[in-house]
Write a protein that binds this ligand. Structure first.
Ligand SMILES: [Zn+2]
Length: 465
């Protein structure tokens, strides 16, 4: 059933628990509307109106939901379409100097300011700050963490529970071994100084018991010695490919992209790399069908401070065709230190709290090049200590990106089945999987993981208006 596909794939609950149907016919035009007071959607709908601007009054389609006698929930939106629009950044960017364009429409000229190596850093920073000066006026995606995709799925599950009069719904818990959330640490190696700092950075990560991935630029920027790649792998870290030459032109036109991606794939085979990240999170999701990687890490959750704005509005991995996307959900070191001029842990801990409370993926980009200097390095070490504490206290799984990729792929094939009154999970990797239950308590959806006494609450979520 197409309408329920997205929510079924997200929770991996038995299909019979969720029955969704369309109310009326969908509009020809697309625009912004709400699904609950806080949740902003972009796409078509079959009630009220759709707005070009996210600011200003928006129609709430949650008020139009109705229920059939058989427990079918009738909706004035197609959740699968809306979720895909958000994840694939198919929405209009509005606010911020009155700009209105599709987020997916590709390369912005601001990339230029990030990549001009001949400009002194102080001038580059000044130009970037000026270019981004409107970032606080951007109303969508939600700063500093946007979980609209998860909110939509949770609301649909809550509506289904109510419509069918069910106590609870079993599903496959999001993370292995009952972990409450997940984190990955990744390092993009930008230039020679960063390359030469990789060994020390591995020492820092190791002292916190954290293994990370290193994204290597294969051409132009610096020579890539085999000894470095060997060291990274031998110490249990991971090697990935970072763009081709990092000149901001990977997605400039289709023919050039196809030419470059062949070379990138060859480097991936040479390095034994499964993952990819583009330079300065440049992207064109429409071309991801040509990516021969198991996973990509080039899409921000909310891209207000990145040269290419937009964002996938999700704190969870998701598939773009065959490629698994591990979205960038934490502010990058460069943006924190050089755009916001903030040398504290405040924003990182704030984002991390929002992510761990909602069982999401915290994914960091820390550049070796930008943490050589003492003040930045001290903040990074404090971050590592904080992550080690969160791992203990909040049961966060800190893993290599390739481990997260493998887990999410296994989970995407798992099923919850009933077996003489008890729910169990089928599928490869099930030893590490846990059955979880979702139920409604007051105006909240509450998750409980089996073999775990603690109930875990979602952020407030009224099932009906
Ligand atoms: Zn880079």
């Amino acid at each position: 059933m197409r309408m329920a596909r997205s929510v079924n794939e997200y929770f991996r609950c038995p299909e019979s628990f969720i029955q969704l149907a369309q109310m009326g016919s969908l509009s020809a035009d697309s625009g912004y509307f709400r699904f609950g007071s806080e949740t902003i959607c972009y796409g078509t709908s079959s009630s009220g109106f759709r707005s070009r601007q996210v600011t200003g009054p928006l129609h709430d389609v949650l008020a139009d939901v109705s229920t059939d006698r058989d427990g079918t929930v009738r909706l004035a939106l197609d959740p699968t379409e809306i979720v895909e629009n958000l994840r694939h950044e198919r929405y209009e960017l509005s606010g911020g100097k009155g700009v209105s364009r599709l987020a997916e429409s590709g390369l912005s000229q601001t990339v230029y300011y990030w990549l001009r190596p001949l400009l002194p850093v102080s001038i580059r920073k000044h130009l970037q700050r000026r270019r981004l000066s409107d970032w606080q006026t951007l109303a969508f995606p939600r700063w500093p963490v946007d979980r609209t995709v998860e909110e939509i799925h949770e609301r649909l599950l809550a509506l289904s529970l109510k419509a069918k009069g069910l106590q609870r719904v079993p599903f496959v818990w999001f993370w292995p071994d009952g972990a409450k959330s997940c984190a990955i640490m990744t390092h993009d190696v930008e230039a020679l100084a960063g390359r030469d700092f990789c060994s020390q950075l591995m020492d820092l990560d190791s002292s916190a018991g954290i293994r990370s991935s290193f994204q290597i630029v294969p051409e132009v920027r610096y020579p890539v010695p085999g000894t470095l790649l060997d060291e990274i792998r031998a110490r249990g870290f991971e090697v990935n490919v970072h763009d081709l030459s990092h000149d901001g032109r990977l997605f400039s036109n289709r023919a050039e992209f196809l030419r470059r991606i062949q070379r990138i794939h060859q480097y991936a085979r040479d390095y034994g790399a499964l993952g990819f990240r583009s330079g300065v999170l440049n992207r064109n999701q429409a071309w991801y069908g040509d990516l021969e990687f198991s996973y990509d890490m080039s899409i921000p959750n909310v891209g207000h401070l990145d040269p290419q704005r937009g964002g996938c509005c999700s704190l969870m991995p998701f598939f773009i065709g065959k490629v698994l996307e591990l979205p960038v959900t934490m502010i990058q070191d460069y943006s924190l230190f050089h755009i916001l001029n903030d040398y504290s842990l405040d924003l990182w801990t704030r984002q991390l709290r929002a992510i761990t409370e909602n069982h999401g993926l915290a994914s960091f980009i820390i550049h070796p090049d930008y943490v050589i200097e003492g003040r930045a390095r001290a903040i990074y070490q404090a971050l590592l200590e904080h992550l080690a504490t969160v791992r203990e206290e909040r049961k966060m799984w800190i893993a290599l990106p390739r481990e997260v990729d493998r887990w999410w792929r296994e989970r995407s094939q798992m099923k919850v089945v009933t077996d003489g009154g008890r729910w169990r999970i089928l599928g490869e990797g099930r030893e590490r999987a846990r059955v979880a239950f979702a139920r409604i308590a007051g105006d909240r959806l509450v998750f409980t993981v089996e073999d775990d006494n603690e109930a875990t609450e979602c952020s407030s979520l009224a099932p009906t208006a």
